[in-house]
Design a protein around this ligand. Structure first.
Ligand code: AMP
Length: 207
């Protein structure tokens, strides 16, 4: 999978999670306030691990957020909301799986895993992309989607955007259309969003 990128997180105080409203459910000001509270909760619950997995990298560890039931529920709901009808939710190995499968349940949609090379048992499409040193390859089953299905891509962190870009390419090759890319945390100084072109990208918190 992608190499890990250095990042700094703002220190903020923990608050009660405020899930964003369903489309059309909340007035804009209430939705904005809920989004701010959720961003503050994420900032408080995602911890920085310096020099992991190697010196100079600040790893964004989402396990404290995952361990908080209310926070996990709010984040999954916010990732799933506001993309219009969704047929399939794609999760990127491995932390994307943890978020995408419950988001799919929330939406009544199917779940499709994007896996590292060699781990899917049936015929696959493969896509390679550049890492800081070397390349990585990810795969999707060729029959994962019906033609034209509406697909939401979910991962934990958007860094350089290489993983999400390769995932989007696989989804298109497999015959589906992408309605959005949703992540908990965007490391905006790495410019990953620009690699996704016109694709709508939602980050619950950008640092
Ligand atoms: P990228 O392809 O550079 O956008 O990297 C995104 C992928 O790598 C995601 O699957 C993330 O889980 C992981 N990743 C990249 N940088 C970090 C980081 N600083 N902390 C945690 N995960 C990261």
């Amino acid at each position: 999978m992608a190499d890990h990128q250095a990042a700094k997180a703002p220190a903020t105080e923990a608050r009660e999670p405020q899930p964003s409203g369903e489309p059309g459910g909340s007035p804009p000001r209430a939705s904005a306030a809920a989004g701010t509270a959720l961003a503050e909760l994420i900032a408080a619950k995602v911890r920085d691990i310096p020099d992991y997995p190697k010196p100079g990298i600040v790893f964004k560890d989402i396990t404290p957020l995952l361990a908080d039931g209310a926070a996990l529920k709010a984040v999954v709901r916010a990732l799933a909301t506001g993309h219009g009808p969704v047929d399939k939710v794609v999760g990127i190995e491995a932390r994307g799986f943890i978020l995408a499968a419950p988001a799919a349940c929330d939406l009544g949609a199917g779940f499709v895993p994007i896996r590292k090379q060699g781990r899917l048992p049936a015929a696959t499409y493969a896509q390679s992309y550049d890492l800081e040193y070397g390349t990585a390859t990810i795969e999707v089953h060729q029959d994962a989607f019906s033609p034209g299905e509406r697909v939401l891509i979910i991962d934990d962190v958007l860094a350089t955007g290489g993983t999400a870009e390769a995932t989007a390419s696989l989804v298109r090759r497999a015959g589906a259309q992408i309605v959005g890319v949703a992540v908990i945390l965007e490391l905006s100084f790495l410019g990953g969003r620009s690699r996704l072109g016109a694709q709508p990208v939602r980050a619950l918190l950008a640092v």
